[in-house]
Design a protein around this ligand. Structure first.
Ligand code: DLZ
Length: 512
């Protein structure tokens, strides 16, 4: 029997740091990569996401081949239905002593892989994904020490562990761990948003775009606007561009909403980190260096690094610690069907329409659009948790369940009852008005609570508070809001709730 291994590389593991490739012997082992029906259709993925992954996979295949590796690659047109089928085909084609794969990012796939050893009758080695900076075991050890998990403490540990933004004495740079307070300015067109460059598309990418356009006619995504990096060097150039042109204003306007720009000063690198085109620690170190070189304020660098070194690792830990139960949580018993216009963006709520349309067309929305516009509406309207989570998983190019589920179910919808966020991210139209410039041209007014032209977020906000008074009562951070509601006259409350019901019928129903 040969001692050659079959090394499976998944579409979001396109990194030379992939542990399955560590020790891969060029000319001895075989690398297997496969574009398969099941992965491309378990939700109605945005076409940008499929195109990004297929194009990046094909470029990585060529990179491995150039380095002397034998790569067996199945293209989508070959009609392989699942990763298991691809593995089986390889095992029947040649003699291997075992299969090696890095642990997948989604529970459903890890469960499937758990059965491979028995069904294929061969050793299947599923390796820890060391591209993450905190392993699942390390996270669990940390979490075991706490009654409720809070990202801030986890984040400080990670800063210390990796020596990021630390003074020589181990204290945080600038004397504070967190500069979030300085990163919340609203948008009133204060500065110019830098234009983004168009990326060059080679023959491989153009072929993939044509394939995806034809094979996924019913999926969202306007591929005429495809502008994602598909190689390591292109992704690195995107990060360099951000450090040069975006980072300076990123912190200040991190929570802002702008009519005229889908991406403002955001980095647009999460998708590359999530599929292996960039490494998270190197990304943080580059941003830290940009601050040390005087190219941005400390608050901007810290805000960015907190997302990558803190939040990203933290929610991945939460996902694996609480799956599979986590997925069925529905703290507020939210079960209203997702309105059809979530798939078109056709609503008169301007902030929501813009956030939905760009998410569908480009596969991208920044975190305030995802959390405080779309997620906030879903929370206030009581949209079905599972349907909302599936929507997020489908629509965004950077969405894999390990990152999407805790962010949507836990953070945006508070459906886990506060396992990771200390209070629901519920807000009225006033917050959206403060953070951005959508309201000026909107059909609705954030100043109106009821009656024609009243911003739907307003009455829905109080309806949410009223419906969940009991559940929210024990939450100290909600005390002020609950008191404000209780202090209102009965007639006032009744009028708001009545209007909210009408809004739900008109707006959250099928038509908007
Ligand atoms: C998202 C995705 C898509 C659209 N297609 C493929 C594919 O054809 N082959 C593959 O290996 N991976 C794909 N992926 C990424 C996987 O869905 C991802 O590895 C799992 O969801 C685990 O994170």
């Amino acid at each position: 029997m040969s001692d050659a291994k079959l090394i499976l590389v998944l579409g979001d593991q396109l990194s030379l740091q992939n542990p399955a490739l560590n020790g891969a012997r060029a000319g001895v082992d075989t690398v297997l990569m496969a574009e398969v029906g099941e992965e491309a259709s378990y939700v109605r993925h945005n076409r940008h996401k499929i195109a990004l992954i297929f194009a990046a996979m094909r470029h990585f295949r060529d990179q491995l081949r150039d380095a002397g590796h034998v790569v067996h690659y199945y293209e989508y047109e070959q009609g392989v239905t699942s990763l298991a089928e691809a593995v089986e085909a390889e095992l029947s084609r040649a003699n291997f002593s075992g299969v090696v794969v890095c642990e997948p990012g989604e529970y459903r796939l890890r469960e499937a892989m758990a059965g491979w050893q028995e069904s294929f009758g061969i050793d299947v080695d599923v390796l820890d994904d060391r591209r993450f900076l905190c392993s699942i075991d390390e996270f669990n050890t940390w979490a075991d020490g706490y009654k409720s998990l809070r990202m801030e403490y986890f984040y400080r540990n990670m800063r210390k562990r990796y020596g990021v933004l630390l003074e020589a004495d181990g204290e945080p740079c600038g004397g504070k761990w967190n500069y979030d307070q300085e990163n919340r300015k609203g948008w009133r067109n204060q500065v110019e948003v830098p234009a983004r460059r168009s990326l060059r598309q080679d023959e491989i990418t153009r072929e993939v775009l044509a394939l995806v356009e034809n094979a996924f006619p019913d999926n969202p995504g306007d591929l005429a606007q495809f502008n994602y990096a598909v190689t390591h060097s292109q992704a690195q150039a995107q990060l360099d561009w951000f450090c040069e042109h975006g980072l300076g204003n990123f912190g200040t306007y991190q929570d802002a909403l702008a009519e005229e720009s889908p991406w403002m000063f955001h980095s647009l690198v999460s998708m590359y980190i999530n599929i292996g085109l960039l490494e998270p620690l190197a990304v943080c170190q580059q941003v830290e260096q940009a601050w040390r070189d005087g190219r941005c304020e400390l608050a901007a660098a810290e805000g960015f690094i907190r997302q990558v070194l803190g939040w990203r690792e933290y929610i991945r830990g939460v996902y694996w610690r609480f799956m599979p139960d986590y997925k069925s949580k529905n703290h507020f018993d939210a079960r209203r069907s997702l309105p059809e216009w979530f798939w078109t963006g056709d609503t008169d709520m301007r902030c929501l329409s813009q956030a939905l349309k760009q998410s569908l067309d480009l596969g991208y929305g920044h975190h305030i659009q995802r959390l405080m516009v779309i997620g906030n509406f879903a929370l206030l309207a009581g949209l079905d948790v599972e349907e909302v989570c599936d929507w997020y998983l489908a629509v965004y190019v950077d969405a894999f369940e390990w990152v999407e589920l805790p962010n949507t179910l836990g953070m945006a919808l508070h459906a886990d009852g506060g396992m990771m966020a200390s209070k629901p991210y519920a807000a009225s139209g006033k917050y959206i008005q403060k953070q951005g410039n959508h309201c000026a041209a909107c059909h609705y007014s954030p100043a109106k609570m009821t009656g024609d032209g009243a911003c739907p977020y307003n009455s829905l906000y109080w309806r949410f508070i009223d419906s969940h008074l009991k559940a929210l009562e024990g939450n100290g951070r909600m005390g002020l809001v609950l008191n404000n509601w209780k202090k209102r006259s009965e007639a006032d409350k009744a009028a708001i709730l009545q209007w909210a019901d009408k809004v739900l019928e008109d707006v959250a129903g099928e038509g908007a």
